[in-house]
Design a protein. Structure first.
Length: 82
């Protein structure tokens, strides 16, 4: 599951950002805040959540890719010594 999330990090973070925005909009509207203000706040919070999550997952993905490359180089060096 972690590999699927890391590979599709942009789609995952966008989907979670939309979900957070929708939940924020629903809660704010339920509490009696006008829909215009609820939408604006929910949009901003969803966008920020999506951006932060994408940046975090991007760092994890880059780390994972670097580990794979290091492992491949190590394997190549071990094989060339033989």
């Amino acid at each position: 599951m972690k590999k699927f999330i890391l590979v599709n990090r942009s789609e995952t973070s966008n989907a979670l950002g939309v979900g957070v925005g929708f939940i924020n909009f629903s809660v704010l509207y339920y509490w009696g805040v006008s829909w215009e203000i609820s939408f604006a706040v929910a949009f901003v919070l969803g966008f920020l959540f999506s951006s932060v999550l994408d940046k975090f997952l991007g760092k994890e993905f880059d780390k994972h890719e670097a580990e794979k490359i290091s492992s491949a180089v190590r394997d190549f060096e071990d094989r060339s010594k033989d």
